[in-house]
Design a binder for this molecule. Sequence first.
Ligand code: LER
Ligand code: MN
Length: 276
Amino acid sequence: MNNKVAIAFIEDAKKLTPIVLRGNIEAALNSAREYGYDLLEIHVIDPKGFNCNSVKNLCTKYSVGIAAIVTGQTFVRRGLYMTAKEKEIRVKAIEEIKGYLDIAECLEAKDGVIVGWVKGNRPEEDDGIYDELLATGLSKIAEYSIKNGQRINVEVINRYETNVFNTIEETMDFITRYGLTNVYIHADAFHMNIEEVEIGRSIKLCGERLGYVHFSDSNRRYPGAGHTDFKEIVNALLDINYRGSISLECLPLPDNKTAALQGIRNIRKFFLNSEK
Ligand code: LER
Ligand code: MN
């Protein structure tokens, strides 16, 4: 398997948030290494209070790199999003995302920054300006990301969590329509299972534009604990020569350690079986 394998981490979250590693970041880096992961994906709660240099030293100490920095908490905890009709909220959201990009630069994140829920939601009465707002916001942060040697990955999320793009095709169309550079697709096996007609075909549609991938099963447990056809997913990733990381973002069930260990074991197994 040529891809690095990452595991998601957050300091604290609700019990059923699909993130396995929680708590102290040093303990998380230690666990990531112990379980065999190459990289940590950090859901940073607040970029302002984040001590980048100390995390950098810990990454060296535990020989674990950083895959990506996730911006979702900007929306979840502070209600900021890029498509808000209030300019003040949009400006604050974009400033925060730049803070996440600075962290990604400092930690030399391999895959960049994730823009998921921070895209926000369209109001029922969409008067057509929301695509414009999103495109403007994305080009601002993409421009910033080029300067700091990072990239933007737009996560495609299912309809029950957001109404701004639910399929890969819609997201690809948007990126092409607005000519966005340094903006990549972030595919998540759980969301694809809900929204895509043919998962393999959708992955192939991304080609070089696929920047990042989350793995969890149909029930959002570790890959292999549900009925998602990972063979189809992995074959498509191999077909397009995907070089980004595979990141475990799943429920910590039946417990955190089992999810982490079974997750990486099955991810490696799926790739090994497809590469044969
Ligand atoms: C949300 O369901 C998700 O998949 C996360 O990666 C968003 O941060
Ligand atoms: Mn995800």
